[in-house]
Design a protein around this ligand. Structure first.
Ligand SMILES: Cc1cc2nc3c(=O)[nH]c(=O)nc-3n(C[C@H](O)[C@H](O)[C@H](O)COP(=O)(O)OP(=O)(O)OC[C@H]3O[C@@H](n4cnc5c(N)ncnc54)[C@H](O)[C@@H]3O)c2cc1C
Length: 504
């Protein structure tokens, strides 16, 4: 590959090596920038960090890969094909959803099979399901194809899309749109839980997020063999192949601003690194609150950051078992006895409830090499309030884990108490302390309409020239397709390398 001599290339610093930061580094590298990614931890991935314990491999975060074409584009930018590095397998069913009374809804890859499931649960809702999927497709066209990778630099940009949003009824919540078409309360849950996968409350998240149902149907749900960590490793390889660098143990303490323009960064170690452009993949609220001096911020003041709404927190229990649980699917959603009330406890009342709903991940169903022979790797994820809640995780984490263990033992994983070989727990404290996520939120700013598009911290900073934001807390939002699309927006807002060099 043609490589310009380092000294001639303008320098881009990327803060953080989450999927958004890695994708940003690749795009800037492809456009002729010399890129340095600075990561505070000892490895890449951010929320997609990988833990290995005694032969068990745990993807810490994302496990469900949708819209694989957004990843494929990154390989193409480097003149490569993703399949050279990644073995992506389609999932079927996408998920199995298990209700508290033991009933199971299989969310199959084939739409006719899903329609059959809908008919089995509530024959009268079949027509409504078809209408809902049409609405989902319309939201996908506007919300993903039309908006996800375009910049919102001003309110005028926002005004341009308002007619579409009004036509789609974006003021309605996801649950509202589902309920318009579906009567059965269980099917309403099955079709409305998706916002929780990106940090949203289904009863408040704009119905534009119903696009996820169509996105899954259109492009499938996938798993990368070896785990999501193999995608992270693949992206790191692309960055290195461009002749660029990722530095670990390099926490940025300040974005250096002079005359309203980002000039570089200072690390906690005191080292200063000059840059022509700075891209922050750190949580957007923390980027402004902690890294940009208050005097350089007119829009994202401390007060505004404190008054914004944040996604829920997450409690995740990673565990390996001495035996395999052959009947357990790759992705299960285990719904508790309450739906709306539990969600209100988490998002509005901010209390840690006695009951829970879980997402259970069993990657060894698809890739047994992620555990020692005859064993299984799991994680159980429970949405909980973020750190505004009065929960002392020091004392609450272990009893909460035990409740989850007892529940799983009674339902899907008999005798679990005696089968656990390795165990690791993270709470919202980890998201705050390790990942620098404001209020320990699992997914950054909550995806409500008035915190979307131009109302979200913008990809081109409103406050500091030559500072750009990617990742879950900026436009378009959380989830792998979202954060990778946020890096694509940079192609529109970051000047060409030649122009930057000329002006530097
Ligand atoms: C448990 C869990 C499960 C999920 N499941 C899915 C899923 O199945 N599918 C899906 O699509 N999405 C899923 N998501 C959402 C998805 O993982 C995230 O939205 C996405 O990975 C966030 O990427 P990001 O680019 O915003 O960066 P992050 O992953 O948040 O990474 C930011 C990085 O910046 C670093 N950093 C922060 N501050 C500094 C600093 N000052 N200096 C240097 N480095 C710094 C952090 O250490 C971190 O590495 C899940 C999330 C979680 C937590």
């Amino acid at each position: 590959m043609f490589r310009v001599h380092d000294d001639l290339r303008p320098h881009a610093v990327v803060i953080g090596s989450g999927f958004g930061g890695l994708a940003a580094a690749i795009r800037l590298g492809a456009r002729g920038y010399r890129v340095t990614v600075l990561e505070k931890r000892d490895g890449p991935g951010g929320r997609a960090y990988v833990y290995e314990r005694d032969g068990f491999v745990f993807d810490a975060g994302p496990t469900i890969v949708t819209a694989p074409f957004v990843l494929e584009e990154l390989w193409q930018l480097c003149g490569r094909r993703m399949e050279e590095d990644i073995d992506l397998r389609p999932m079927d069913p996408f998920y199995q959803i298990r209700f508290h009374d033991g009933q199971v809804f299989n969310y199959w890859a084939d739409i006719e099979a899903v329609r059959e499931e809908v008919r089995r649960f509530s024959p009268g809702d079949l027509e409504g399901y078809d209408a809902f999927m049409k609405a989902s497709q319309a939201n996908y066209k506007v919300g993903f194809e039309g908006l996800a990778h375009v910049p919102f630099n001003s309110l005028a940009d926002m005004a341009r899309v308002v007619p579409d949003l009004v036509r789609l009824g974006a003021y309605r919540s996801v649950y509202g749109l589902v309920s318009k078409h579906i009567r059965d309360p269980r099917l309403r849950q099955v079709l409305s839980f998706h916002p929780l996968l990106v940090g949203g409350n289904p009863f408040r998240t704009t119905s534009v997020y119903c696009l996820i149902s169509f996105l899954e149907r259109r492009f499938g749900v996938h798993f990368a063999m070896g785990g999501t960590g193999s995608l992270v490793k693949g992206l790191v390889g692309l960055i290195q192949g461009q002749g660029n660098t990722i530095r670990y143990h390099s926490e940025v303490e300040r974005i250096l601003v002079e005359g309203g323009r980002a000039r570089g960064v200072r690390l906690k170690s005191g080292e200063e690194i000059a840059a022509d452009v700075v891209v922050s993949n750190a949580d957007s609220a923390s980027t402004y609150h902690d890294l940009v001096p208050a005097g350089d911020r007119r829009h994202w003041t401390d007060r505004r950051i404190r008054r914004s709404r944040y996604s829920m927190g997450l409690f995740v229990w990673y565990f390996g078992t001495r035996r395999r649980y052959e009947d357990v699917p790759h992705h299960s959603i285990l719904l508790g006895p309450r739906y709306k009330e539990l969600i209100e406890d988490i998002f509005e009342r901010k209390v840690l409830a006695d009951d829970f709903s879980l997402y259970l991940h069993r990657p060894t169903k698809t890739d047994p090499s992620m555990a020692p022979e005859g064993c299984d790797t799991f994680y159980a994820l429970s949405p909980v309030p973020h750190l505004e809640a009065d929960v002392d995780w020091e004392t609450q984490a272990e009893p909460y884990r035990r409740r989850i263990e007892a529940f799983l033992s009674e339902t899907l994983l008999p005798d679990l108490e005696n089968q656990v070989a390795v165990s690791h727990v993270v709470t919202p404290r980890y998201f705050q302390d390790e990942l620098n996520s404001f209020r320990g939120a699992g997914f950054g700013l909550e995806p409500v309409l008035w915190q979307s598009a131009a109302f979200r911290p913008r990809n081109r900073s409103e406050d500091v020239d030559r500072l750009y934001l990617v990742g879950a807390g900026t436009h378009p939002g959380a989830g792998l397709p979202g954060v990778i699309s946020s890096a694509k927006v940079l192609d529109e807002v970051v000047p060409d390398a030649q122009r930057v060099k000329g002006a530097a």
